[in-house]
Write a protein that binds this ligand. Structure first.
Ligand SMILES: Cc1ncc(COP(=O)(O)O)c(C=O)c1O
Length: 390
């Protein structure tokens, strides 16, 4: 279908919740997208950190296709092997004890919030009911995860919100201490705030949170939806900080392009939710879980070391480009600060015209390439970015 016809069809029937760029994607292979006219684009976005092992990765594609032929769906009344195997793999990689599967990041965070509330209600009835989150955070678009999200701009028009959330300024230990009332029983955080502008937590701030959680039986809920699954060069970003979580949430790259979300429970939380407390019709879908098992197989320790190296390479190359004044983030999750006068959305649009896909985070350019992208392909894309910045 030609782009103009697609655009007209889409705007005729798709709800206007997304402001889109002028690109229709008809196909993807490896680290490249193909538009409606067959034009090739190098992709530094991987569908916002989802196609982490590349489009059509043969190991992943084979696992998914054979699972579709075998069993595409069955209800959670019954056992299926891909679901159990993926949970086993995730626990082995992270040291967590149990897993609940849903379908998206927001749904995973809903599960984490319910777990924290039940833990507080079981252990501190009438005394604890509050989850502390950070300003600038992003935890999802459902009502509870929006309430958890520490960005006022996203709260407008959607109230009333569920109670039980309090916000502390990210990387401000004094504010954290002030907001930590006796009612707080859990802290939810992203080690690097993705949607908030690729802002990493400082080590001191993370250490403070770890101490608070340890000393006060406050649960640590790590939202690794954007940072997890090898994105920063470790399986989980919290490994860079030495944090021990009670709950971890994953989604995005977990199944390499299929919809999935996961809540991982540690020792303190593995038995908090019992039969009937939580559920999801599609959660643990065998096809998505087969995709997830293939992703785990691909993310070996050697692969993660390469992600770290390629991330350093990309960071250095970005820093050398005209118009880029700083680069934040870690591994292959980077945010580039632009010099005054350059508008990130204009650069993105110019790059799209010239065959490169980048995205934004607040006022920065954001890079979340497939983790399998080579340095040669990075160079190819960066040459185009350079011409747009000039
Ligand atoms: C850190 C974080 N948490 C939660 C979400 C929500 O995930 P989803 O869009 O799959 O619901 C996102 C999505 O960008 C995210 O980056």
């Amino acid at each position: 279908m030609k782009f103009e016809a697609l655009k007209e069809l889409d705007s005729g029937y798709i709800a206007g919740t997304y402001s889109r760029y002028a690109l229709g994607v008809s196909k993807a292979e490896g680290h490249r997208l193909f538009d409606c006219g067959g034009r090739e684009l190098i992709d530094f976005s991987s569908g916002i950190g989802v196609a982490s092992v590349g489009y059509g990765n043969p190991i992943w594609a084979e696992a998914v296709k054979s699972q579709i032929d075998r069993l595409a769906h069955i209800s959670n009344y019954y056992y299926t092997e891909p679901m159990a195997r993926l949970a086993e793999g995730l626990c082995r990689r992270t040291g967590m004890k149990k897993v609940f599967f849903g379908n998206s990041g927001a749904e995973a965070n809903e599960g984490a919030i319910k777990t924290a509330r039940k833990y507080m209600s079981d252990n501190y009835p009438g005394r604890r009911d509050t989850i502390l989150t950070l300003t600038g955070s992003f935890h999802g678009r459902t009502i509870a995860t929006l309430a958890a999200t520490g960005q006022d701009s996203l709260h407008k028009n959607f109230g009333p919100f569920p109670e039980g959330f309090v916000y502390a300024e990210a990387n401000n230990i004094k504010d954290l201490r002030e907001k930590l009332t006796s009612r707080v029983g859990a802290i939810m955080l992203e080690c690097i705030q993705g949607e908030g502008g690729v802002i990493p937590l400082t080590k001191e701030f993370a250490d403070e949170i770890a101490a608070i959680c340890r000393e006060n039986d406050v649960l640590l809920l790590a939202d690794e939806i954007q940072t997890g699954m090898g994105r920063t060069g470790k399986f989980l970003c919290l490994e860079h900080y030495g944090l021990s979580p009670d709950v971890v949430t994953l989604a995005k790259g977990l199944a390499g392009g299929l919809p999935i979300g996961a809540v991982l429970f540690g020792e303190k939380t593995e038995k908090v939710l019992g039969a009937g407390d939580h559920g999801s019709t599609f959660g643990g879908n065998p096809v998505c879980c087969a995709g997830g098992c293939a992703v785990l197989e691909i993310l070996s320790e050697g692969f993660l070391a390469e992600v770290a190296q390629k991330g350093e390479y990309l960071k250095e190359k970005l820093l050398a480009l005209p118009g880029i004044t700083g680069v934040s983030g870690r591994g292959m999750m980077l945010g580039a600060e632009l010099k005054d006068g350059l508008v990130n959305t204009e650069i993105v649009a110019a790059c799209l015209k010239k065959g490169v896909v980048v995205i934004t985070a607040k006022h920065k350019l954001r890079f979340l390439p497939p983790l399998t992208m080579t340095t040669e392909e990075m160079d190819e894309g960066l040459a185009v970015l350079k011409s747009c910045l000039e």
